[in-house]
Write a protein that binds this ligand. Sequence first.
Ligand code: GRF
Length: 202
Amino acid sequence: RRVAILISGRGSNMSALVAACMNPSFPGRIVGVISNRPDAKGIETAARYDIPTRIVDHRDFASREEHDEAVKAELEGLGAEIVCLAGYMRLLTPDFVRHFSGRMINIHPSLLPLFPGLDTHKRALNAGMRVHGCTVHFVTEGMDEGPIIAQAAIGVQPDDTAETLAERLLRAEHRLYPHALEMLLRGRARLTNGRVAISMPA
Ligand code: GRF
């Protein structure tokens, strides 16, 4: 299956997905990486892997709708069937979300529904959490709200700072995201009636 990735920055989760797809037994391949920011580090990385890259700079568009339409046109041009958001820092329009319903997933650095939005590591520490984690979910209209496909947890250490926690969690994200994508690609995680149906391999 043809997978495209949307990024805005560093792209380390993108790299984890690219690496997973290099395994011939992985059921997907990355057909393109799109960034809304021309300076996204991940775009250089993707180009080094010889993956087609596109910049669709949101500042070139008068509205969110027009920007999303342009991103959608690029995704269609790439023949993308599945869309992975990986540090894509844009709110998506309802039309865009509906178009890719059940085919678009996101990774978020918290155990949702705890801590949607930004600064998740600091907020987990401030809340006195003893575990923290990451979530891969289907994208729906509400930010960081969609039905959950998979999660991974890590322990919070007494001397953790937001930075050390973020760094340790990122390693868990890099394992979780390819796993969740594989579940989607193999039909083991499906969005039905706004809920995730999980089935185990035979
Ligand atoms: C990750 O922590 C991801 O969970 C969040 O944004 C960050 C992106 O990092 N959505 P990277 O660009 O994948 O390195």
